[in-house]
Design a protein around this ligand. Sequence first.
Ligand SMILES: Nc1nc2c(ncn2[C@@H]2O[C@H](COP(=O)(O)OP(=O)(O)OP(=O)(O)O)[C@@H](O)[C@H]2O)c(=O)[nH]1
Ligand SMILES: [Mg+2]
Length: 459
Amino acid sequence: MRKADKGNSPCGPDDRGEAQARHVRRADGRGPSATAAPIERAVLVGVHLPLRLGGDLGGAADLEELGRLADTAGAVVTGQVEQRRDRPEPATFVGKGKLAELKALVGSTSANLVVFDNDLSPAQGRNLERELGARVIDRTELILDIFARHARTREARVQVELAQLQYALPRLTRLWSHLERQAGGIGTRGPGETQLETDRRLISRRIAQLKRELVEVGRDRRVQRHGRRGEFTAALVGYTNAGKSTLMNGLTEAGVPVEDRLFATLDATTRRVELDARRRFLLTDTVGFIRRLPHHLVESFQATLQEVADADLLVHVVDAASPDPQRQIDAVNRVLADLVPEDRDTQIVFNKLDRVDADEFRQRFARRYTGALFISAREPAGVEAARAAIRRRVVAREIIVRLLVPAAQGQALAVFHRTGDVLEETWDGPFCRVVVRLRAEELRRLLARHPGIRREAPQ
Ligand SMILES: Nc1nc2c(ncn2[C@@H]2O[C@H](COP(=O)(O)OP(=O)(O)OP(=O)(O)O)[C@@H](O)[C@H]2O)c(=O)[nH]1
Ligand SMILES: [Mg+2]
């Protein structure tokens, strides 16, 4: 697995984290380095804790998801171990017996990587690596790694690198001791304080530089948004792999890559969508969410997620064929809670209905989610149903006003015809009385541009 941007790595090409044979290959052999790199063989570990200890762990489904994450990162899963505990073992997270079982499994399956579904402290990671003789990472690290592999644009790369470095900074000692063991088997002795301090300083400086770059990215995005001020905007949100990009491509010609893997999309793509002869809106497809999304990622992806924060409408796509759609909705809502006010207009779209018993599924969810759509974004009929639902939301936000337009400002009438539904238009001497249905933002803009137009009280 690799870092976001090798060339900019704070420790140079000989980066210590890089040195840990971060080579991976997809299980299906389509990986980036199928011939040269050794395959990462991973054992998964899930410890089920009580809820009060952050135990958002839902059993087998969670390890299944961890397996998909590992696969997306290019590792081959060779086995898994689960344990139920009242609290984590302070030094090694799992208990002694489980540790022995895990060690045996690592040995018998020739695994070189152990992935914990739980968050590990730096010391726990260090102890486990020493005990198991394999690299140990947690779910957060795995997700960060996938983001790093999938980041394509400069913006995504900068954001991922920032999240990775912020995650790595408190863990530097662990990387160092690991390396020393790898290099010369010196054991657990730490490095000289000086080198560690140098690395910390370099990383902190790089973090500051990335943050400055992101301020600039944010500024550029603000300028772009300013340019499309007044237009209705919608953002596709949802769990990763729910089908957001598929729907985006159905509604627009965006051609966003669609893949059956997690976090295929990391950037924001915005396109205009036609609703009818005069209505259009801007639709943004962006990064998907996941349960326990690492907070470093949410923080560093602020520039991209701003598109979601500013949208007039959220189109929340849900994978109906996932093991627990409700849990995915809750996970998405938890991430959204930090980004947008709770009352933001939201259209729920249950997708992939072709993969479930559609009638039974509808019955389960229609009552709780009134107004929800049940579609298959792969089918034209599903896409058109989504377009119609969004159109209804746009129309619902339009208002009907009576206006008195002086003849001198007659050019405004053309704008009404273009941006609104003109319901009545009668000339009364030098004035034209107009009844028009249009978006409130549009009306505000028009009135600002044509101060001579007067609004009449509704009759
Ligand atoms: N059967 C079926 N598969 C679908 C449907 N919609 C999307 N898919 C598949 O689901 C997978 C994920 O689709 P994407 O559109 O990439 O999902 P996404 O939400 O953009 O995912 P990320 O960008 O990774 O967060 C792809 O293999 C799609 O072909 C559908 O209606 N039915
Ligand atoms: Mg996508």
